[in-house]
Design a protein around this ligand. Sequence first.
Ligand code: PMP
Length: 427
Amino acid sequence: MSNRSEQLFAEAQQHLVGGVNSAVRAFRSVGGTPVFMRRGEGAWIEDVDGKQYVDYVLSYGPLAIGHAHPEVVRAICDTAASGTSFGAPTELETELAVLVRELMPGIERIRMVNSGTEACMSAVRLARGYTGRDRVLKFRGNYHGHVDALLVEAGSGVLTLGIPGSPGVPASVTETTLTAPFNDIDGVRELCAEYGDSIAAVLVEPVAGNMNCIPALPSFLQGLREICDDSGALLVFDEVMSGFRAALGGAQAWYGVQPDLTCLGKVIGGGLPVGALGGRAEVMDMLAPTGPVYQAGTLSGNPLAMASGLATLRNLARPDVHASAEAWTGRLLAGLRERADQAGIPLLTHQAGTMFGVFFTDSDRVIGFEDVANCDAERFVRFFHGMLEAGVYLAPSAFEAGFVSTAHDEAALSHTLDAAERVFADL
Ligand code: PMP
């Protein structure tokens, strides 16, 4: 392990809570010291000791065209030279909105925000304001940012009323949050039979990326669409992760299911802080200033963030760019399965465009939180550290999805598969 990272982490812990600014970075579930990074280029990142890694974290998803892409860097620098923020409208905001609408035609109006959390928080408020109802339904193992009402862990029962998942969240805030198991449409039907006319929104990650990577069953999303149509609840797709990844047009294009509202984040900012909420004009126009549901932000639509997102999406939307990264992801997973097989290690993989998951399990079906929890966690920890040592950077948790960029090339593929072959041999 890197001495420099250990020194920097010891110092950081004196000043930053847990030495990090986002809990997931602290290596708590895999042990050891978080590796401090100093630069990235394309598919590769370099730590503070100069060691190189093929990066499958990509800042937890945003860097769809790789680190420090020249078009993104130029866009940010050129924009910064003319001022970093105005608190007044700029042309870039409309340009990004137009591009997002081209890629996701079901979105008629957009509001830019600064993070995925903000997008989901505003989606809940808007859905409640639009429907005049208070309840929201979410799924076990789905994460929608650190929004009080959505920080709810389902209990061990099949269907559970909301219990706060964190101290500091009042029970009164989560008592209107219902949870159901992911991919269990009958569970949702039962819940809606009882509470349907008081549910404002059904929020779902159409490709779950916060319990490893689990694409929803197509029938599950179609079922949710029907249930929402029947009950009058809004269907909200949290595409903060799956947007511009499951397909260029997001999971809604991949599945052909149209939500009422879509939460975006990550790729839409190309590595700068952006989130967005989009959807049907009739619903979106309930937001201030056209409507009564309050929403605002000092830095929302920030020029640097808009420029970074625009450069990223323009590049990604060129013919064959996203498709070739998807194909690369498929080759990565086939290569990993083959090498695991040779080493006698049961490995299941999931792919949704340029998102992926690997599961150490001999089960052939992982569709919900319990299935992920039943995978071999200890083997994942050894795999993670072996790959890290061998120069492959994976998220430090078996509950995170992996990400591929358009910069992942033949060299990155063979480096990763050679590393995996050696690591699997020792598992
Ligand atoms: N929704 C989903 C599906 C996410 O994956 C995340 C972040 N991992 C969020 C919301 C929250 O986004 P942010 O961290 O930008 O607030």
